[in-house]
Design a protein around this ligand. Structure first.
Ligand code: SF4
Ligand code: SF4
Length: 490
């Protein structure tokens, strides 16, 4: 009898690396953290939308917008401060300050930037608020989305998206006001007289706001933003992070005395904007918004138990409470023992001191650079082709362009002095008599200057250094520039 051939193993299915998005329906919550988040949200949005409308008188011929990145000037105006293109290092310094400041705040308070002040969080919060006003809170929205797509469903969706696009448009519109005069640009936008680039950027920022805050939401934090990936390097066991006190909450179950304080109501999960369960421990998706704290405190208050089952806590304290309560049965005594084992957060640690040191050093350098910055400078650019010209009488002439950068708001006239070991004659193109240069206000002024060496200079020296100096009416040097004189060979 022939044996049956062995059954072929089913072909192995390749493992999918793609997972469908699980839609998050965050529930509204009330409490101190939520109130703090509303306050931050309103403050930041007001700052963002109102800043371009603040006026600042700088005198005639200059923009009167307090904060303006003027691409035509080109200059950045920040109230009384003006940053010229050659001073862009101030912006680099500000970015360094911002980055180190963020490191310091993260090492002290965890992801407060993500949870409270990041634009993605602020606008997503605003969009969620609009969504709740139009479509209802979590349960209503879930029920409606699972139900029939009737006229009412479509009406609500259309209304919500129209409101989102309105906010996104205001956001994109406000952004361009930082780059051009706000009142003029608003009129031009509304009368369709703005240039195409303005419409392009309004459209771009409208689209990104609508897509990121309305559609992508928590996915920006989880998949697109690099910050959650490397913030772990800034956190340590003394950083304050949103934490579930498992030593107090476990085992979860009914409030019957045999279980811990967590009654497995999932309120903390339902309010979470990223849809995670903080009881699973620290997670990359947790933005540290603290809304689960408010949700759980609400439940604890109803049960008559102490608040703070979820709290801003250090991992060091969490470990101390776990150790102090190991083996203890659930109840008030366990809660008291766990809380007693905690210690006050340590804000002064090597890591935070290093951040504070770097922050202070950068701030001092920037302040010194700002206070000592020149408002008037002189640059000498020598003609290279030809480097020198031999005139018919044997004398040698070099030509230079002298550029005055005048950051002051008034025109000034200066006497030009030239220092050199060579006996050079000075002439400014188009001028007779003693050489003088005039700077125009708020800008660059160029002048052509010629230095001439006689045919037979004493000592036969033909090359040497030259210093151009601008002298004010009192004879003081206000700016200078160095160059070379080339006399060639005889
Ligand atoms: S809200 Fe509090 S009690 Fe409810 S599941 Fe979350 S941790 Fe447990
Ligand atoms: S787990 Fe809590 S703190 Fe973290 S994102 Fe969710 S609600 Fe915010």
């Amino acid at each position: 009898m022939n044996a049956l051939p062995p059954k072929a193993a089913p072909p192995e299915q390749p493992q999918s690396l793609y997972a469908d998005r699980v839609r998050v329906y965050p529930r509204a919550v009330k409490g101190p953290v939520r109130r703090a988040k509303w306050a931050v949200l309103v403050g930041l949005l007001a700052l963002y939308y109102a800043t371009p409308w603040i006026r600042w008188d700088r005198g005639p011929g200059l923009p009167d917008q307090a904060v303006l990145v003027d691409m035509h000037a080109p200059r950045i105006f920040l109230f009384w401060i003006e940053i010229w293109p050659q001073e862009i290092y101030f912006l680099t310094g500000l970015l360094v300050l911002g980055a180190v400041g963020l490191f310091a705040v993260t090492s002290l308070f965890g992801r407060v930037w993500c949870g409270f002040t990041c634009p993605q969080t602020v606008w997503t919060d605003l969009f969620l608020w609009v969504e709740r006003r139009i479509e209802g809170d979590r349960n209503t929205r879930m029920k409606r989305d699972a139900g029939p797509r009737d006229a009412a469903w479509w009406r609500r969706k259309i209304l919500k998206h129209a409101a989102w696009i309105g906010i996104a448009l205001a956001t994109g519109g406000a952004w361009v006001f930082y780059f051009t005069d706000a009142p003029t640009t608003l009129v031009r936008l509304l009368t369709l007289q703005a240039d195409p680039a303005t419409y392009f950027f309004v459209g771009l920022f409208t689209a990104t706001t609508y897509l990121l805050a309305g559609w992508a939401r928590e996915q920006v934090c989880t998949y697109m933003c690099p910050w959650p990936r490397f913030q772990a390097a800034m956190l340590d066991k003394d950083s304050l992070v949103v934490t579930y006190r498992d030593w107090r909450g476990e085992p979860r179950g009914k409030p019957d005395g045999a279980h811990g304080d967590c009654v497995a109501c999932h309120a903390c999960v339902h309010v979470c904007p990223t849809g995670i369960d903080i009881r699973d421990g620290q997670q990359l998706e947790c933005i540290g918004c603290g809304l689960c704290i408010d949700a759980c405190d609400e439940v604890m208050a109803k049960l008559g138990r102490p608040k703070g089952l979820i709290a801003f806590e250090t991992l060091c304290n969490l470990a101390a409470s776990q150790a102090a309560t190991r083996g203890m049965p659930p109840g008030e005594a366990r809660t008291a023992a766990g809380m007693a084992a905690r210690r006050a957060p340590r804000f002064l640690r090597p890591r935070t001191l290093v951040y504070a040191g770097v922050l202070s050093a950068v701030a001092v350098v920037m302040l010194a650079a700002f206070l000592l910055r020149e408002t008037l400078s002189l640059t000498a650019i020598q003609d290279r082709a030809p480097l020198y010209v031999t005139l018919s009488d044997g004398s040698v002439r070099n030509a230079y362009t002298l550029r005055i950068t005048n950051k002051r708001h008034a025109s000034e006239e200066f006497r030009l002095a030239v220092d050199s070991p060579l006996p050079l004659a000075v002439a400014v193109q188009g001028q007779e008599g003693p050489p003088r240069l005039v700077s125009r206000p708020d800008g660059l002024s160029d002048a052509r200057v010629f230095l001439t060496l006689p045919p037979d200079p004493p000592g036969g020296r033909r090359d040497g250094e030259v210093t151009f100096r601008l002298l004010d009416a009192a004879g003081r040097t206000v700016a200078s520039a160095h160059a070379q004189f080339h006399g060639g060979r005889r």
